[in-house]
Design a binder for this molecule. Structure first.
Ligand code: ADP
Ligand code: MG
Length: 553
């Protein structure tokens, strides 16, 4: 009892059931958790990588190879695991591809840091060394890169092929077809500012509907809206459409009808209804006067207004999402109007055809054949939900990779070749730094080699032998782009094999992996108020699988 009361600070400050890890113990646990999480996605790396099947609490099944998706769907609880999920998410957001690589790299940076801690190197020195190494890695990456532009069709096709290579979405013919759609999309939405090419990925809309097959996926030179035409009397197909975009409710405001009105006779009632009808009629007349043939309305359309619109032969879609309105504006050239009094012919946009089509039992509105649209869509199809979802993820990756390559204008060789090159450059420069930081830089170099090792593993090659061969190739002249030919189980020149990737995918992966590692290493005190209260294994700090035992290779 007395001992308990004197149990130190912890007893007095923290609530019952809270747990606390301090110093080395906290660092070790965090490193083990980080490495365990990274190990989960490691086997999915590359075209010979495996898929994961994830089953949610509700029984929904996801089959994927996408690092970001796997980690997100795992619903990890441990704070360090969450940091790694963030790494994947950042990578996905910033570049759209390279998520698995980023997480694996973070895992090995943590593991290497753990070994340095064991040798008695203080975290601060490791952090300093890692930060120097990151700078040097980024310089080495640049030195190993080559130029690419939006008109290098062959190279763009190669980048797309490599990006989609690891996804389980059908035959090579199908993959090739999908990469063509992605290239068409980025080229269409690309704009030039001061000689720099910019691609706003938000304006490549991926709309999916399960049904049909992956090969039915199609490019749409305009926008696909998952809505139906408001009224059965409206034309279902409008050629050479003149399009109005209205951020206006074609309804009588609720407050007006709710306001107290003394109605004492049937005539008064009729007059009141007539007045409402007149207001709606006037609204529709303003639209008709602009000569619009199709209107997209962000808000609602009253039944009476729908009736008047269809009498005028105007097609209307209501409750269109704001983001879709923006896409429609970019695709058709229409200006969004917020007051009907302002609507003129000049605000209208154009589409060669606006048409409602029935897709797998549901109506969708296709706004197609726009003139040089700066917003396009890809309509994703697949026999099952799993297939459609994976095609969508694959397209997201390819579009991200292409965008990064074109905007940044640089690419590097893949198959682990660039990571070997960076590791070699880091080892060369580590000796100039000296001290404890030198050891951290060497550890960083070792961690970079996790990518070629994992690729070799996936191809059934001996990782260590392969690494030794690659290192010696890279020391020789013209060896800089040697990596792993996963299809032929040997090392080969990746440039001539056409295994290339955007520089930005690699640089972002290295940056976010380093940042996450450093932030994890800075933690020397973990206080969890959840502690033993949570369900076993779900939370708290002891709830992670793997543990230090999982760190042995
Ligand atoms: P990530 O989520 O990191 O993009 P991927 O599963 O897409 O993970 O794998 C990417 C890795 O696979 C990169 O290192 C890339 O160079 C490599 N890779 C892709 N295609 C090939 C190929 N045909 N030959 C060798 N390596 C490849
Ligand atoms: Mg990839």
């Amino acid at each position: 009892m007395a001992e308990n009361q004197l149990g130190g600070q912890q007893y007095m400050v923290l609530p019952e059931g809270a747990s606390r890890l301090l110093g080395k113990e906290a660092q070790r646990t965090n490193i083990a958790v980080g490495y365990a999480v990274a190990s989960i996605v490691k086997t999915t790396l590359g075209p010979k990588g495996m898929d994961k099947m994830l089953v949610s609490e509700l029984g929904d099944i996801i089959i994927t190879n996408d690092g970001a998706t796997i980690l997100e769907e795992m619903n990890v609880e441990h704070p360090v695991a969450k940091i790694l999920v963030e790494v994947a998410k950042t990578q996905d957001k910033e570049v759209g591809d390279g998520t698995t690589s980023a997480v694996i790299l973070a895992g090995d940076l943590l593991k290497a840091a753990g070994q340095l801690l064991d040798q008695g190197i203080p975290p601060a020195a490791i952090i300093r060394g890692y930060e120097i190494a990151r700078e040097k890695a980024s310089a080495a990456l640049k030195a190993a890169s080559s130029d690419i532009s939006i008109s290098d069709d062959d190279k763009l096709a190669r980048i797309a092929t490599i990006s989609v290579g690891s996804k389980n979405i059908g035959s090579d013919v199908t993959k090739k077809y999908l990469t063509k759609l992605a290239i068409q999309a980025i080229k269409q939405v690309a704009t030039k500012h001061d000689g720099k090419v910019m691609i706003d990925k938000d304006f490549i809309k991926l709309e999916k509907k399960e049904g049909g097959s992956i090969e039915d996926t199609q490019f749409i030179n305009g926008v696909l809206i998952d809505k139906e035409i408001a009224h059965p009397g409206m034309p279902k197909s409008v050629k050479d459409a003149r399009i109005a975009l209205l951020d206006v409710a074609l309804e009588i405001e609720k407050t007006e009808t709710d306001a107290k009105i003394e109605i004492t006779s049937p005539e008064q009632m009729q007059a009141f209804l007539n007045q409402e009808e007149n207001m709606l009629r006037q609204m529709v007349e303003k639209i008709a006067k602009s000569k619009a043939t199709v209107v997209f309305v962000q808000k609602g359309i009253d039944d009476v207004a729908q009736h008047f619109l269809s009498k005028q032969g105007i097609t209307a879609v209501r409750r269109v999402k704001k983001s879709d309105m923006e896409k429609l504006s970019k695709a058709t050239g229409a200006r969004m109007v917020t007051s009907l009094d302002d609507l003129t012919e000049e605000d209208l946009g154009f589409a060669g055809i606006v048409e409602e089509r029935k897709i797998s039992g549901e109506q969708m509105v296709f706004v197609e054949k726009c003139k040089d649209p700066k917003s396009v869509s890809i309509f994703v199809r697949g026999a099952t939900k799993q297939a459609t979802d994976e095609v969508e993820r694959a397209l997201t990756d390819v579009i991200g990779a292409l965008t990064s390559a074109v905007e940044n204008g640089k690419y590097v060789t893949g198959g682990g070749s660039t990571e070997i090159e960076i590791a070699m450059k880091l080892r060369e420069s580590a000796t100039d730094i000296g001290g404890r930081e030198q050891l951290a830089i060497q550890a960083f170099a070792d961690a970079m080699e996790v990518i070629p090792k994992a690729l070799a593993d996936s191809a059934g090659m001996d990782p260590i032998d392969t690494l030794v061969q690659l290192r010696s190739k890279h020391k020789a002249d013209n060896g800089r782009s040697f990596g792993i030919d996963v299809y032929n189980n040997k090392i080969a020149d990746m440039e001539s094999l056409g295994v290339i990737e955007p520089l930005k995918v690699k640089s972002q992966a290295i940056s976010s992996a380093t940042e996450a590692t450093v932030s994890i290493l800075r933690i020397d005190d973990m206080i969890s108020s959840k502690g033993s209260k949570g369900p076993a294994g779900a939370g708290g700090m002891g709830g992670m699988p793997g543990g230090m035992g999982g760190m042995e290779d």
